[in-house]
Design a protein around this ligand. Structure first.
Ligand code: ATP
Ligand code: MG
Length: 366
């Protein structure tokens, strides 16, 4: 990591629409940071992903992992292509390997409506959602990634793994986020989403949640079974503040969360550990729209906003936080006018239209 004043960012455009949203994102970051001043970021692009595997035999080359480890932050777009796979048939997903390698246990997925972006629910309260899903990102059912077995072509098995160590860190992170949000006017509530009524692993997960809740009694702690949570996220999603869950459940619920705010192209994320963090849109490489100019870059932009705010906190550099807030405000401003509607929402605003509107809005919010 850099010891000088400059902070380094490893840039991984990856596959499919990854490069199509990453280029515009770097332009938006530049537009914002050059107006704020007192910011010095260096970007280094490194290869990883399915095309990298096809061309070089490695999805996550050693040099890339080294760069990623040494960077102050990692900005990643999308990885994997359905037609390029490992010999066992699984998809190339080095973003998962990075989460495991760097212990990025907390997958932060904000579900925040942007005024001017229509959601699927008609209740007016669903147009003003603002909650956060935290998906554990290094274990759970995904701990089985690459280790599943098939016996005699008869029985397939994957393993679910929940550890005390990671769960404690995950809940502490989640309570701290709830506390930070409480200071900003939110309820200060953390909901543990599990299936503790059926599985030993989830009963263990919940018991650790209870221990941490007792130590964070300035905050409200409650639970939801994952099936009920899926229902509630459609019926009354506005009641949530922060919800924390296991890897696989979080994978599924965060797509539901993305749908609530307009689609995969609207949903940013951060995968955070004690030392490192990756910022990446929730969406994948979307091979069906590659090259069409239809990719919505908004999630990528908002992920970069999260990166700037995380860097500000970690390095105690308020200018970066100001830039992150401005970036988010510029996205909001661009959509507030109401004439921007990405293709995935049934409109005709392509990658370039959204990018230009956000860059134009940067001037208005500065
Ligand atoms: P992954 O396995 O990485 O989660 P996935 O197979 O779930 O990927 P995604 O690529 O995330 O699929 O997206 C599913 C579909 O949503 C895409 O095929 C595409 O049509 C649409 N989509 C995803 N991201 C965007 C975007 N940024 N802009 C427009 N449409 C998108
Ligand atoms: Mg997906």
């Amino acid at each position: 990591m850099s010891s000088s004043n400059s902070l380094s960012v490893a840039v991984l455009p990856g596959d499919g629409i990854g490069a199509e949203v990453m280029g515009p994102c770097l332009e938006v970051i530049d537009a914002v940071t050059s107006r704020v001043g007192d910011i010095s970021l260096s970007f280094k692009e490194v290869p990883a992903g399915a095309a990298c595997y096809r061309d070089h035999g490695e999805a996550l080359p050693k040099e890339t992992l080294e760069e990623v480890r040494n960077a102050d932050a990692i900005l990643l777009a999308a990885m994997g292509m359905p037609d390029i796979r490992y010999p066992d048939g699984t998809e190339i997903a080095p973003q998962l390997d990075i989460r495991f390698e760097l212990d990025l246990y907390a997958g932060v997925r904000p579900v925040r409506s942007i005024p001017g972006v229509p959601g699927p629910l008609s209740d007016p309260r669903a147009q003003a959602l603002d909650f956060v899903l935290i998906r554990e990102s290094t274990e759970g059912l995904f701990a089985s990634h690459g280790k599943g077995t098939i016996e005699d072509n008869r029985i397939a098995r994957d393993t679910m793994e929940i550890t005390r160590e990671v769960s404690e860190k995950l809940f502490d992170f989640s309570f701290n986020l709830a506390r930070k949000r409480k200071a900003a006017g939110h309820e200060g509530r953390l909901t543990c989403v599990d299936k503790a009524n059926v599985f030993t692993s989830f009963a263990f997960f919940r018991s650790i949640f209870d221990e941490r809740a007792a130590e964070n009694n300035d905050l409200i702690a409650d639970y939801a079974y994952v099936d009920a949570m899926a229902l509630n996220l459609v019926r009354n999603p506005w009641v949530y503040d922060v919800a924390v869950t296991e890897n696989m459940f979080g994978d599924i619920l965060s797509d539901l969360g993305a749908a609530l705010i307009g689609g995969m192209g609207m949903a940013p994320s951060a995968d955070v550990g004690d030392e490192h963090a990756v910022f990446q849109p929730c969406h994948g490489s979307a091979p069906d729209i590659v090259g069409s100019g239809k990719a919505n870059p908004t999630a990528m932009f908002l992920s970069a906003g999260m990166m700037l705010e995380w860097l500000a906190d970690k390095h105690d550099r308020p200018a970066y936080g100001k830039a992150g807030a401005l970036l988010t405000a510029a996205v909001d401003k661009a959509f507030a006018a109401g004439n921007l509607l990405p293709f995935e929402l049934g409109g005709e605003s392509g990658t370039t239209d959204v990018t230009n509107a956000v860059i134009a809005a940067v001037d208005q919010v500065c």
